[in-house]
Design a protein around this ligand. Structure first.
Ligand code: FAD
Length: 501
């Protein structure tokens, strides 16, 4: 079938919604496509944005390069801190703690990943801690951070979500993105093709476009309400359906990691920024009432509250077509997975990036849409499985919330990976998976899924050689971390400087 022709003049892209998704889309599209497209963004000040979504993962840096975002300006404007991992507390058993860092574990050989060597060293009775063989892990534990070619850390950020949207909005204004404030009341479609033609605002203004991006958050005005693309419910795997969120004072210097603290019926996030912390409790209403959730969050708040408490209902799931006709959905309108691994902003950024690569300059081909949607589904499913893994491996005995998780049906794709790891120690991420072997190993071992066997690579060298090379590696990492400044110190220096040190 030949592509549905778009107009030959400059394309007009209309972005509906100005939260993180809307402004990220506008920033990337304006930086990459402005000579070929006009961009208009419509947002409603009265409705505002969701105001959460403050922890990110390393691919955000590449997205910022693509969107022409200067790191220091971004960090100053959003009071951002650096993030090199997530600390999971009490997830397997009360009292447990491990860090899922963004780093590589040890040195891997082509034949086998480092954890096989490490497992062999443990089997020999050596006192080896996984934390000692990963720069990011060790730096996180010690509250250290630096940007240095000699000690390259794989990092992301914690950021103020409201300030981030404002910062991107100003950047986009300088590039000529048109912003319209107003409430979208109607979405009009072409009578035959069903393509979206106009957004109509409360004041009657009609905004025509060639292509529309739905960034209206959970409302999903275009992709859901208008185009009727179905939302696939994934709550049989991830039943949490509520969050309460509040900001608080920081009582200690910000650490370079997000905290994810398992509670009796849910989990609490703690995201340290330069000037405050973001906190929230994710829970399932079948196990915990809203009142009890609020009490628990306030009870465990590490500093005085500095904002009103917000209640956020959600349903875990996936928009079955992320791209339908002349509409792409990004952000919360495209699906939602709880923020355990800080993946929502990533999914939106990877979606925008892919869209630019597949941009329909010469008309919309169904094959392009299908390709986009196939890859999106795989990305969402891989992340869903990884989040489920954290819950499934819990051994907590303190409440039905956790016990019931161990009885939930495991997605087939995940069951295979767990079986393989348990019996052989092999961890092969499926192609296109965001999470590497190192992520898988840190989380599974952190949650006590111990393999009964492993690759014999560690046995191919003498014990002396093995001990010496492990010691050398550990000593290098210890020395490098000793040399790093404290995270808060580095941020103060970096954000004050005009240019990267
Ligand atoms: P929103 O912020 O809701 O923006 C929607 C926009 O659409 C607003 O501008 C609104 O005004 C506009 N709009 C809606 N309807 C209309 C209308 N009729 N007319 C005009 N404008 C309209 N992600 C992470 O990566 N890391 C995290 O740590 C993280 N934590 C989260 C915690 C929770 C509890 C939740 C629910 C989400 C979290 N997320 C996280 C996801 C993250 O918040 C979102 O992916 C991100 O904020 C993008 O949101 P959005 O722009 O799609 O929606």
């Amino acid at each position: 079938m030949s592509p549905e022709p778009l107009s030959p003049r400059k394309l007009h892209i209309v972005i509906a919604g100005g939260g993180t998704a809307g402004w990220c889309a506008a920033a990337a599209l304006s930086q990459q496509l402005m000579p070929l497209a006009d961009i208009t963004l419509v947002e409603s000040d009265a409705l505002g944005t969701i105001g959460v979504g403050e922890a990110s993962i390393p691919p955000m840096k590449a997205f910022h390069r693509l969107a022409g975002v200067d790191e220091q300006a971004f960090m100053r404007a959003t009071h951002a801190t650096f993030k090199i991992g997530i600390q999971f507390e009490h997830w397997t058993r009360p009292g447990d703690s491990y860090i899922h860092s963004f780093g590589r574990l040890g040195k891997s050989a082509w034949m086998a990943d480092f954890h096989h060597v490490w497992l062999h060293a443990k089997a020999l009775g050596l006192d080896v801690k996984l934390d000692d063989y990963c720069l990011e892990l060790k730096a996180a534990l010690n509250g250290k951070f630096v940007l240095s070619d000699a000690m390259p850390l794989n990092y992301a950020y914690h950021l103020d979500a409201t300030a981030y949207a404002r910062f991107l909005r100003d950047l986009c204004a300088q590039r000529g993105v048109k912003r319209i404030e107003g409430l979208i009341e109607q979405v009009q479609q072409h009578a035959d093709s069903g393509h979206i033609t106009h957004l109509v605002l409360e004041n009657g203004q009609a905004i025509a476009g060639d292509f529309f991006i739905d960034c209206t958050g959970f409302r999903a005005l275009l992709i859901g309400n208008t185009l009727k693309v179905a939302y696939e419910d994934w709550s049989r795997w991830l039943p949490a359906n509520r969050a309460v969120a509040i900001q608080s004072e920081l009582n200690t210097p910000p650490m370079p990691y997000t905290r994810s603290i398992a509670r009796e019926a849910g989990w609490q996030w703690h995201i340290p920024l330069q000037h405050r912390a973001g906190n929230g409790l994710v829970y399932c209403s079948d196990y915990l009432s809203d009142e009890a959730a609020q009490d628990r969050l306030l009870h465990h708040l590490p500093g005085k509250p500095t904002s009103a408490l917000r209640k956020i209902p959600f349903q875990t799931g996936y928009r079955t077509e992320q791209w339908n006709k002349n509409c792409l959905s990004l952000g919360l309108s495209s699906g939602f997975l709880e923020p355990l691994e800080s993946t929502s902003i990533y999914l939106m950024m990877i979606g925008i990036t892919r869209f630019i690569k597949q941009f329909p300059f010469d008309g919309i081909a169904q094959a392009t849409i299908d390709q986009f949607n196939t890859v999106s589904r795989e990305e969402f499913e891989h992340i869903r499985d990884f989040i489920f893994l954290h819950y499934y491996l819990n051994e907590r005995q303190d409440s039905p919330y956790w016990a019931d998780y161990r009885r939930r049906p495991v997605p087939e794709s995940l069951q295979h990976r767990m079986d393989l790891f348990r019996t052989t120690g092999l961890a092969f991420p499926p192609s296109g998976d965001l999470f590497t072997v190192d992520s898988w190993v840190q989380v599974t071992l952190g949650q006590h899924l111990w393999p009964t066997s492993y690759h014999p690579i560690g046995r191919m060298v003498s014990d002396e050689h093995l001990i010496q090379s492990l010691n050398n590696y550990k000593n290098t990492i210890t020395r490098q971390v000793d040399e790093m400044p404290h995270h808060a110190e580095f941020i103060a220096h970096y954000c004050a400087a005009d240019e990267q040190p």
